[in-house]
Design a protein. Structure first.
Length: 210
């Protein structure tokens, strides 16, 4: 079976502008293409899993999401990075106004359907895979899919949406493979590693692999 890194899109692969869909808003931070190349070199499949409720809310169309995803991949490749193995999008939200997307679904993270579907298609063993995201919903999704979650957040701000009962026990300094790694502990779920950039998170993954 294959192994994968499931990657959140906005805030991980490109700068999150809120609802990010205009091609003019596509900014891929330094280090992202290189990090993806390293993951690929480690033999991991690259699967993007992204919530795009703006479709259900009528802010943009699925075709806009597809165009943005294609532009993102092109930019990564232009800068020497690899292609993605799959890009999975959830366009739903129950508060939306646009049918057929204005529904509760099983694919919106922390739902695991995007990961499960990708895993079935690419023969991925989730229990030996990673989920990297910048929100708690990404972390929960990782836990629920039995993948190892890694949170990427600016350690200085620690502004992510922690649910009740979750606390950061070692938010700064000394995380292995990271300048500012730490561990968040959830009573319900377990330990979550936190890094301040995708590059740091990927260094950690590479360390675990070697
Ligand atoms: Mg995100
Ligand atoms: Zn969905």
């Amino acid at each position: 079976m294959n192994r994968a890194v499931f990657l959140d899109r906005d805030g991980i692969l490109n700068v999150d502008r809120g609802y990010t869909w205009r091609l003019a808003d596509l900014v891929v931070p330094g280090g992202v293409p290189e990090s993806l190349s390293l993951l690929k070199k480690l033999g991991l499949k690259l699967v993007v899993v992204t919530n795009q409720s703006g479709v259900a809310r009528g802010k943009f169309a699925m075709s806009d999401v597809a165009a943005f995803n294609a532009a993102l991949e092109s930019e990564v490749v232009r800068r020497g990075g690899p292609r993605f193995d799959m890009i999975m999008t959830c366009p739903h939200h129950p508060d939306g106004s646009v049918a057929p997307y204005n529904v509760s679904c099983e694919c919106r993270k922390p739902g695991v359907k995007l990961l499960r579907d990708a895993a079935a298609t690419l023969d991925i063993d989730c229990s030996r895979s990673f989920m990297i995201g910048d929100k708690w919903s990404d972390v929960l999704c990782g836990f629920r899919a039995d993948a190892r979650p890694i949170l990427v957040q600016e350690a200085a701000s620690l502004s992510y949406d922690l649910p009740e009962g979750v606390r950061i026990t070692r938010p700064v300094a000394g995380g292995e493979g990271s300048r500012s790694g730490g561990i968040a502990t959830s009573v319900e779920t377990g330990d979550v590693e936190i890094y301040s950039s995708l590059s740091d998170a990927v260094s950690r993954v590479a360390g675990l692999e070697s």
